[in-house]
Design a binder for this molecule. Structure first.
Ligand code: MUC
Ligand code: MG
Length: 371
């Protein structure tokens, strides 16, 4: 039996390359939450539980994740075999309600440890990768149309991104749609443009906005309505030609089943933290496929560990129609991996070393660690 000898949770505040403007918050830095799990065979497994804007986006904050893992998760895991990831996660689920981000970080760290012990990438533990590279969208969210166009041109010319997601919902519908229209025009025929409203619209605003965005050539609208408004999302899905994607509404297999039953979306944004781990996210993907719902590889703007973990799972899925947005590390000014993830030819190369295939440089991380 391989025991879990120690669990350490580190919060590191890393500046963003520019202010990142979302409907619910403006980010100037990202509070990265990393979990280091030491096994009795000397292997360290690492996981990530990063969220967005403190408590602005989800119910778990960086601080609550740290306290909850240290106070409640760690004692439960003392009796577990670190090589038996499913049993560890079942035991946690039996004693701990919710806390999906924290559970995701622990599951990731266990899979990373097991992969290192067996000499296998996490993707192979999950059934095997189908691709080695994932296309990655970039989010234009400076809050300024001209700056967004300039930034989009720069990353397009560098062959880093050819799909752009625009964050809207802070201004009125007309102003937001004019902003999107100008950007869509600038990238017409070159790059696809999607929008993320982050729940900011009413049903009336969404009906009006969807028509305007469709005229502007936008291909997809992410979470236009409140996360609880499944009925409104279903109505929009039925009435619009433009694809409607569920994001905040999707919090794991139970919500996926309900969204699918109510036809409340054409696409799901899969997020390993929001769904409580890689294995529950794979279950969400199966539910989606059975309901003819297209898949998208989402992000909570994690650093290199959560991004690598997501990439290992997304690489195993049969068809990511809307590709991914695994750009988190590129939004931060500092790298804390020993070797950064590789972005090229409009995509992210899925690491192929044992476990997550990436390692944390503790010296670099220390510079940004919160004390
Ligand atoms: C979200 O709501 O999708 C993902 C990309 C981005 O800029 O924000 C996140 C959150
Ligand atoms: Mg979103």
């Amino acid at each position: 039996m391989v025991r879990i000898e120690q669990i350490e949770v580190v919060i590191a505040d890393i500046p963003t390359v520019r202010p990142h403007v979302l409907a619910m918050t403006t980010m100037h830095s990202q509070a990265v939450v990393l979990v280091f799990l030491r096994r009795s065979d000397g292997i360290f497994g690492v996981g990530e539980a990063t969220t967005i804007g403190g408590l602005a986006y989800g119910e778990e904050s960086p601080e609550s994740i740290k306290v909850n893992i240290e106070t409640y998760f760690a004692p439960i895991l003392q009796s577990c075999d670190a090589d038996d990831v499913a049993a560890c996660m079942a035991l946690l689920s039996g004693h701990i309600v919710g806390n999906r981000f924290a559970k995701c970080a622990i599951e990731t760290a266990l899979l990373d440890g097991l992969g290192q012990a067996r000499g296998l990438p996490v993707s192979e533990l999950l059934g095997g990768r189908r691709v080695d590279r994932l296309e990655v969208a970039w989010t234009l969210a400076s809050g300024d149309t001209a700056l967004d166009i300039e930034e989009g041109q720069r990353v397009f010319e560098a062959r880093r991104h050819r799909h752009f997601k625009l964050k809207i919902g802070k201004r009125n519908v007309e102003a937001d749609c004019a902003h999107v229209g100008a950007i869509a025009k600038a990238f017409e025929g070159k790059a696809s443009v999607r929008v993320d409203v982050n729940q900011a619209w009413s049903r009336g605003q969404a009906a009006k906005g969807a028509a305007m965005l469709q005229d502007a050539g936008v291909v997809l609208i992410e979470q236009p309505l409140a996360k609880s408004d499944f009925e409104g999302m279903a109505e929009l899905t039925a009435n619009c030609d433009i694809a409607i994607m569920a994001d905040e509404a999707l919090t794991g297999p139970d919500s996926a089943r309900q969204l699918a039953k109510e036809h409340a979306g054409d696409a799901f944004s899969l997020k390993i933290t929001q769904s409580g781990g890689l294995v529950p996210t794979a279950e969400v993907a199966v539910i989606a496929r059975e309901a003819n719902i297209a898949l998208y590889g989402g992000t909570m703007l994690e650093g290199g560990i959560g991004t690598a973990a997501s990439a290992h799972l997304f690489a195993c899925l049969p068809d990511l129609v809307w590709h991914t947005e695994l750009f988190g590390p590129l939004l931060m000014t500092e790298e804390f991996l020993t070797e950064p993830l590789v972005y090229r030819d409009f995509g992210l190369v899925v690491p192929d070393g044992p476990g997550l295939g990436v390692r944390v440089d503790r010296g670099k991380l220390e510079l940004f660690r919160r004390h």
